[in-house]
Design a protein around this ligand. Structure first.
Ligand code: SAM
Length: 327
């Protein structure tokens, strides 16, 4: 079965591709437009042939840099005030996390400013930042990491307060990352997902087509909304592709494990992906600055070890729920 349906194939045939993996997307594209002339069609056809040969396995193992095409226009959404690293930095401080775990660390930028015992998981990082001895890096795919005995021994028995999921951008992987992480979290812990608010459908394709790739991880938000109404889900209007903050975690919940086969089938619907307008327009998203500045974090910190932890956590959740949406 071809990986591309005819509509998508036509779209791609009419797009101008960038050289694979190019960081100079616009420049390269413009330069190509000016010189390519009659060879354009030939080159596009070759790229399509390449795209049709890609197996999902290639993406899973390598995030193969193949098949970039001109992105569709972005949908309209309120301007975001903070980038994901600013969000993470602000939350790290506000949460007062005792421990931190990040899945998908790449060059270590988002890990580098954490100053508590931390674990980074990535099978193929490209670390260029100084990471101190308090940060342990595991060169594993996240599924393999969680299956290792003693995976989080580095935390010395302290439960996990803060985690960031930014590894493989396919929803079934991100869902499993969440399921595995939640079991390790403290009651007042927080999990943040990157790439939850793709800016157009193309950015959400499972087979990477665009420079900034959100993939179809937004499906995890839909799954959690439906199957885990006990969680507090706060989509954050952050640059570039939106983040999702989750709290009121329940390490004892097995709802997702029990329904995993059905959920995986939902996740793996092949391209093209059609992202609901509410995600693309960010209608339920909140300003991350309001979240970082919320009084909820003081309450959540206070709840650790408190006899009336559940009551204090409820007060914090009410504060987070009262933050207005950006639209
Ligand atoms: C977008 S980058 C992470 C960026 C980083 N968190 C930051 O904000 O600076 C995604 C990373 O996920 C890693 N990755 C891909 N598949 C993975 C998997 N199955 N488990 C863990 N990491 C994975 C890739 O090697 C890549 O370095």
């Amino acid at each position: 079965m071809p990986l591309l349906n005819e509509g998508v194939r036509d779209k791609i045939l009419h797009a101008i591709e960038t050289p694979a993996g190019s960081r100079f997307y616009k420049g390269a594209n413009n330069a190509w437009r000016s010189i390519a002339g009659p060879f354009d069609g030939q080159r596009r056809s070759r790229r399509i042939a390449e795209l049709e040969r890609i197996e999902l396995e290639g993406i899973v193992n390598q995030e193969q840099n193949v098949g970039w095409v001109t992105p569709d226009k972005f949908e309209k959404f309120p301007t975001a005030a903070l980038g994901r690293h600013q969000v993470l930095r602000g939350l790290q401080e506000a949460i007062g996390a005792r421990t931190y775990l990040e899945i998908g660390i790449d060059n270590g930028a988002s890990l580098s400013y954490v100053d508590v015992p931390s674990i980074g998981v990535d099978p193929a990082p490209n670390i260029t930042y100084d990471l101190g001895a308090h940060i342990q890096v595991h060169l594993d795919k996240s599924d393999d990491f969680f299956a290792k005995p003693g995976a989080v021994d580095h935390f010395d028995g302290v439960p996990l307060d803060f985690a960031f999921i930014d590894g493989m951008h396919l929803s079934e992987f991100a869902l499993r990352d969440f399921m595995n992480l939640e079991k390790l979290m403290s009651r007042a812990g927080v999990i943040v997902f990157d790439d939850m608010l793709p800016r157009n459908d193309l950015e959400a394709y499972r087979i990477r087509r665009t420079n900034a790739w959100a993939g179809d991880v937004y499906k995890v938000m839909e799954i959690l909304e439906k199957h885990r109404p006990d969680l507090l889900l706060l989509p954050l209007n952050s640059n570039p592709t939106g983040t999702l903050l989750i709290t009121n975690l329940d390490p004892s919940s097995r709802v997702l494990d029990e329904n995993y086969d059905e959920l995986e089938a939902y996740c793996t619907t092949p391209d093209p992906q059609v992202v609901a307008p509410r995600w693309k327009h960010r209608v339920s998203a909140v300003d991350p600055r309001a979240v970082i500045d919320s009084g909820a974090w003081a309450l959540l910190r206070e709840s650790r070890g408190a006899a009336d932890a559940d009551a204090v956590i409820d007060k914090a959740l009410a504060q987070l729920r009262s933050i207005p949406t950006v639209s």
